[in-house]
Design a protein around this ligand. Structure first.
Ligand code: NAP
Length: 233
């Protein structure tokens, strides 16, 4: 089998960077999406020998022009994509409970966490269809689980619930193309977003998305995962 070609959004730090590292270590050709190319190049160099398997792509997922330009570059080269990992997201410092959530916070959270994955997926579908093993992995969160909804940070929660809905509907739509679409909760991970007090190392957070990207059975689709096990929506 030829090497997997994988695009990771928000690949310059946190779980995204660790996904790039683990994927490159497993022999994948990695497109590291970074909204700031300089930050992306620094992150790429931090991977040492694995940097040779990684290419930085300017990609701001809340900017439709950046998405279009990136997809045009990828259409020219490498002209195929096996896996898209929609990882980039924000947790806005002004997030609030639903009872007092300012609309602008909801709008900017959705721009990155929901509209970005939707627009990017649409733009890259021809490249995913050019693969015989297309996969889309959406980095979600237990905070978006309808089965265990908690309080606070309503913009972030709603963005992840909506992302999960996107996963489910896209999985159904792309079943005829044999493109697998899944959501992952990485757990509470020590990153800039998760904070130093989080319970998990970044390697654990990246494990399930990387497994879904290259090792999991192609037939697994339309599901929500944590620690390589299915969890309720
Ligand atoms: P992080 O440390 O805050 O890193 C976020 C990454 O997303 C950065 O590379 C950032 O780029 C990028 N990004 C943000 N907005 C972007 C935009 N508009 N365009 C392009 N890139 C953008 O977050 P993380 O903890 O690694 O989280 C990764 C994913 O896991 C997210 O989807 C998050 O919701 C999910 N998650 C995390 C946790 C946790 O405990 N950490 C728990 C559950 C779910 P810049 O460097 O340019 O800002």
């Amino acid at each position: 089998m030829t090497e997997s070609i994988v695009l990771v959004t928000g690949g310059n730090r946190g779980i995204g960077l660790e996904c790039c590292r683990q994927l490159a270590a497993r022999g994948a050709k990695v497109m590291m999406g970074a909204r700031d190319v300089e930050r992306g190049e620094r992150a790429r160099r931090s991977l040492g020998d694995l940097a040779a398997s990684v290419r930085v792509e300017q990609l701001a997922t809340d900017d439709p022009a950046s998405i279009a330009a990136c997809s045009q570059r990828l259409t020219r080269d490498p002209a195929r994509l096996d896996v898209l990992i929609n990882n980039a997201a924000i947790y806005d410092s002004a997030d609030a409970p639903a009872t007092s959530l300012p609309l602008p916070v909801l709008i900017r959270t959705f721009a990155t966490n929901v509209h970005g994955p939707l627009l990017l997926t649409q733009a890259l579908l021809p490249l995913l269809r050019a693969s015989s093993r297309g996969r889309i992995i959406n980095l979600s969160s237990g905070m978006g689980q309808l089965s265990g909804m908690g309080t606070g940070s309503a913009a972030y929660r709603l963005s992840k619930t909506t992302l999960n809905g996107f996963t489910a509907t896209l999985a159904a739509e792309l079943a005829p193309d044999h493109i697998a679409v899944n959501s992952v909760c990485p757990g509470w991970v020590k990153t800039d977003m998760g904070g130093a007090g989080a319970s998990r190392e970044v390697a654990q957070g990246a494990d399930t998305p990387v497994w879904l990207a290259i090792e999991a059975a192609q037939e697994l689709t339309g599901r929500f995962w944590r620690d390589r096990a299915e969890i309720p929506w």
